[in-house]
Design a protein around this ligand. Sequence first.
Ligand SMILES: [Fe+2]
Length: 347
Amino acid sequence: MTETRSAKPAPLVEGWSREGFLGERAGVIRSSYTPDYISVSGPHAPRRLNIGDVVCADKSDPGALATPFATARSGLALSVSRRCQAMTYVMRNVEADELHFVQSGELDFHTDYGFIAGLPGDFVYIPRSVAYRVTPKSTSSLSLVVESPGALRFDTPAPAGMIHFGEHVVRARPETNGAPDGPTTLLLKCEDGITRFEKGFDPLFAERQLAASSPVWKLNLRHIQPVVYWPHGGPPSHFLASPNNELLLYTLSARPGNRPPIHVNADYDEMIFYFAGPDPWGHVSEPGTFTWVPKGVTHQGPPENAAIGYSAWLLESRTTLRLTPQGLAASQPMETGLYGVKRDSAD
Ligand SMILES: [Fe+2]
C-alpha cells in the first residue's frame, strides 16, 4: 500500500537590503513564494511597457521634445524619442545630465563639444548645459533618454576590467562645419519649462576645440563586462553613478550564476531595460521592453545565465518613480517572479 502525503512547500529565503547591493542585509525563511500577489491597486505597483508603444510627438513633429514616460520628484525623467527628422532647434538641458540609449536607428549628435554617431546599443552622454542637435541618419529611430539631476560619473569596481576606457569610451570628436549657419532656436530646458532664445547664428558652430578631451562620450552596452562572483553569480556591479548614489546604472546582460534571490530593495526603484536577444530574459523577449519594480515591492526576477545570451541594463533610482499618463497608457501590470504581464490584477 502506498502512503500519500501532501507535499510540504520547500522553505524559501527572502532577503532585504539597504543601499541597493551595497548596504546592510537581512534574511528570513518563508513558506510562501512572496513575490506572488492576487491583485494590486494604487500607484506603487510594478509595471512593464515597450518604449516603442509610447506615443511620441517627435515622431512626426521635428520641433517637438522627447516624451517623458516616467518621472521622479528629484527631477529624474525617462523619455522616449522616435525622431525621424533633424531637430529644428538646439537643446541645452540646464537641470540634468542626459544619457541617450539608442535602441534602433542611427542618430548623429552634434554638440557644443563635438560630434558623435549614435548606433544601436550606444549610451550617448551629454552633460548638463552642453547644447546639442540630433539628426537621424535612418528613416526611423527609437531611443530612451535618462535625465539625471546629479552629474553621472564612471564608478567601476576596478580601474580596468569592466570597461576598456581607452578603447570603448569614445569621446566626441571636434568638428568644424564650414561657416556658422543661419538663425537658430536654442531651447534651455529647466525645471519649470522651456526658455526659448532666438539666435542669429548656429550656437554649435566652433572654429576649433580647445579642450584636450570632450565631456561628451559614448559607450556601447556590449562593451560593459558583467561582473560575476563565481560560481553563484552574486550581485551585479554598477558602472555609472550620480552623487550620493542617487542613480546607479548596471549592465544586466546574460552572465553565469544562480537566479537572483527573492528580495525587497529598501532604497531603490529597479528598472530593467531589455535591449536585445536572441535569448529571452524570463518572460521578457521583446527588444525595447522596460520593467519597473518600485522600492519595497517583493520580487525575484528571471535567471540571468542564458546560454546564448541577451543584452540588458539596470537603472536604480533612490527617488521613487511614477509613470506619466503616456507611460501608463503604454504599460501593463507585471508579476515579479519572471516579469511577465500580470493578467488578473486590478489595473
Ligand atoms: Fe531586485
